[in-house]
Write a protein that binds this ligand. Structure first.
Ligand code: GH3
Ligand code: MG
Ligand code: MG
Length: 359
């Protein structure tokens, strides 16, 4: 149990009644968050006193004595969210450090307070012009510092919550809730982006459309929840079977689309066969028992010559998929083999041979 004498002096400083609400510590997550602050002062100034005050306030202090070092810390991904910067730092001045981080942009917002010799209008305006959030007069007054830090924490906490909400909305807008894969809009955006790159670089790109076979029967016989389990497991198996730079998305229902940057038709055909096997090689464990599942896949590719749009590529892959269904399901059909039926058969048998040795 602490006695009044054990408490840091900082907590005993008088608070003007009009400032009471400002002085209150921020509520909620901010209180549990690791409090991290950058203290950048010239060596020999009141740095030790400030350091001690910040420690007493519960901050983890990163201390530097040079403007360039301060900039380096603030530009790093693990930068503290609050920075106290002396206006006259060696190397790079406090205002210059702030100007740099505002111009370059930091991963997260850095609330910056300049420690200034004169708090007159001129100095404050210069600080704000550089992008500082506040200016604090030297020598730093204990209680004043405490109040500035609380303001900083409120802003930092608000920014953290906004970033969290933005990430949550982004996930909801781009992910499919059942499988965690990219949703249709997101995978089509990925395809568009990759197609653009393909055309710039003159490289190949392939698309595979995947549709689970007789899926309605699974739903009808074992119920929708069991069907959901099968869809999720098929998604997981496909994700595991592709390279990190390939993208798998849920196109809708029990249909998926896979985007393979750099893959030509033959390569994509081999990947499709690997996916087919990954989906059907083991039954899927559901609450209704182990269920067998298979899929039909259609493949289309472009050489990066700009002749095919994303929609045309998908359409070609879809037509190939339709053909796979027609031919009896649980198989891969290559899109380019579609037009002349004889060539289609030749390609399909070629594919089976290639797979036997390559997969
Ligand atoms: P085919 O081999 O020709 O593809 O036959 P199919 O039965 O798979 O094709 P169809 O398109 O007739 O049926 C797809 C079924 O997928 C119908 C629909 O109820 C079901 N489905 C779509 N979305 C979901 C989902 O999110 N969960 C579950 N459990 N079923 C879904
Ligand atoms: Mg189906
Ligand atoms: Mg379908």
């Amino acid at each position: 149990m602490h006695t009044v004498m054990d408490m840091p002096l900082i907590a005993l400083a008088p608070v003007p009644s009009s400032n009471l609400s400002v002085a209150r510590a921020p509520r909620g997550a901010a209180q549990h968050r690791c409090k991290d602050v950058l203290l950048a002062t010239a060596a020999g100034t009141e740095h030790q006193t400030l350091h001690n005050q910040l420690k007493a306030e519960g901050y983890q202090v990163r201390q530097v004595f040079d403007g360039h070092e301060a900039l380096e810390v603030l530009m790093s991904p693990s930068a503290p969210s609050i920075a106290l910067l002396d206006e006259s730092l060696p190397g790079l001045s406090g205002p210059d450090v702030v100007r740099c981080i505002r111009e370059r942009g930091t991963e997260r917002y850095v609330y910056s307070v300049l420690l200034v010799a004169h708090t007159g209008r001129e100095a404050t305006m210069l600080g704000r012009e550089a992008g500082a959030d506040d200016c604090l007069g030297k020598p730093v007054h204990t209680r004043e510092l405490q109040l500035y830090l609380h303001s900083a924490e409120r802003i930092v906490e608000m920014e953290r919550r906004l970033a969290e909400a933005r990430d949550r909305f982004k996930t909801q807008a781009t992910r499919d809730a059942l499988t965690g894969l990219s949703n249709r809009m997101d995978i089509m955006e990925i395809l568009d982006r990759e197609l653009g790159r393909t055309e710039r670089e003159g490289s190949a790109l392939a698309v595979i459309m995947v549709d689970l076979d007789h899926f309605k029967r699974i739903n009808d016989s074992y119920g929708h929840p069991a069907g959901d389990t099968v869809i999720s497991e098929a998604a997981r198996r496909m994700s595991e079977a592709v390279r990190v730079y390939d993208a798998v998305g849920r196109y809708g229902g029990e249909e998926f689309i896979v985007v393979l940057p750099g893959a030509d038709l033959q390569t994509a055909g081999r990947v499709a066969e690997r996916l087919r096997r990954a989906i059907c090689e083991r039954s899927v464990a559901t609450k209704m028992g182990a269920l067998d599942v298979s899929a039909s896949l259609g493949v289309a590719a472009t050489k990066g010559d700009g002749l095919l749009s994303a929609e045309e590529l998908v359409k070609r892959a879809d037509t190939a998929l339709y053909q796979a269904k027609e031919e009896g399901r649980n198989r891969v059909v290559l899109g380019s083999a579609i037009q002349p039926p004889v060539a289609a058969m030749a390609a399909a048998s070629r594919l089976t041979e290639v797979h036997a040795e390559a997969i």
